[in-house]
Design a protein around this ligand. Structure first.
Ligand code: NAD
Length: 260
């Protein structure tokens, strides 16, 4: 039960992030959602969380490439609700290209959004968590924090970095009743996956069906996509007292991908 607690979830206007926000709200937490999108769509999701779960939900427009805006997002949660008890660093983008053609600005954006934003968020949230003596930090890593795929140099680098950041933070906050873990999904059917299909078709010279079956689901022995709700349920478990001794781990939820 997360009643009285506040969760900030970055990149929660879509996909896995939205599922996390809804899961925490279903357990009674107030939530700060964050991310891009059409204002009317964001407002619809925000209002739905409030009416479905009888909690308060606000949106922070913080851009995860801007350290000052990330600190403002944490302050917004603390000033609105009195604390930020759960931080999920989830915002992420993908770009698929051979390394010799990989646009430099895409590399910089992926490192900023998928890796550095977690550093800035954790840096801002830890003082309050230490003061209150409780906290949960969850980072969305990826199967690509454990293994690589060709043409995803920036993403794989950022996700391996997230796995290292997770372990480091877990050690630093271990005696403060704050845990820090990362969750590593395999392929989840979200806009992030859908949008990379055209570039993967081009990079590998395949049809859409071949990309889905021979590249994406090929990686997962179960031959099924993971769902956002399954990922969110794991995050919710990590917020409970039962998970107080789970820290510094990288939890795979990937249909067996990284067992192979
Ligand atoms: P998505 O595209 O559905 O959602 C991404 C979210 O990040 C959106 O809310 C978007 O607005 C937000 N975002 C993007 N750039 C931002 C910025 N500069 N500032 C603030 N917000 C920004 O993608 P998703 O699949 O739900 O991905 C969520 C996380 O899960 C990412 O970190 C991704 O790497 C990770 N992941 C996804 C999969 C998958 O198969 N979908 C697998 C493993 C890990």
């Amino acid at each position: 039960n997360l009643t009285g607690k506040t969760a900030v979830v970055t990149g929660s206007t879509s996909g896995i992030g939205l599922a996390y926000a809804r899961a925490f709200a279903s357990a009674g937490a107030n939530v700060v959602i964050n991310g891009m999108g059409a204002p009317a769509d964001i407002e619809k999701e925000r209002a739905a969380i409030e009416s479905d779960y009888k909690v308060e939900a606000i949106h922070s427009p913080a851009d995860m490439t801007k350290p000052a805006e990330i600190a403002e997002m944490i302050a917004l949660g603390e000033n609105t609700f009195g604390s930020v008890d759960i931080l999920v660093n989830n915002a992420g983008i993908q770009f698929v290209s051979p390394i010799e053609e990989f646009p430099i600005e895409k590399w910089d954006a992926i490192i900023a959004i998928n890796l550095s934003s977690a550093f800035h968020g954790i840096r801002a949230v830890v003082p309050g968590m230490k003061k209150r003596g409780w906290g949960r930090i969850i980072n969305t890593a990826s199967a690509h924090s454990l293994v690589a795929s060709p043409f995803k140099s920036a993403y794989v680098s950022a996700k391996h970095g997230i796995a290292g950041l997770t372990k480091t933070v877990a050690l630093e906050v271990a005696t403060h009743k704050i845990t820090c873990n990362c969750i590593s999904p395999g392929y989840v059917w979200t806009p992030l996956v859908e949008k990379q299909i055209p570039d993967t078709m081009k990079a590998r010279n395949l049809t859409k069906e071949q990309v889905i079956n021979d590249v994406l689901l090929q990686a997962q022995p179960t031959k099924e996509f993971v769902t956002s709700e399954q990922v969110a349920a794991l995050a919710l478990f990590l917020c409970g007292d039962e998970a107080a001794q789970i820290t510094g781990t990288n939890l795979s939820i990937d249909g067996g991908w990284t067992a192979a």
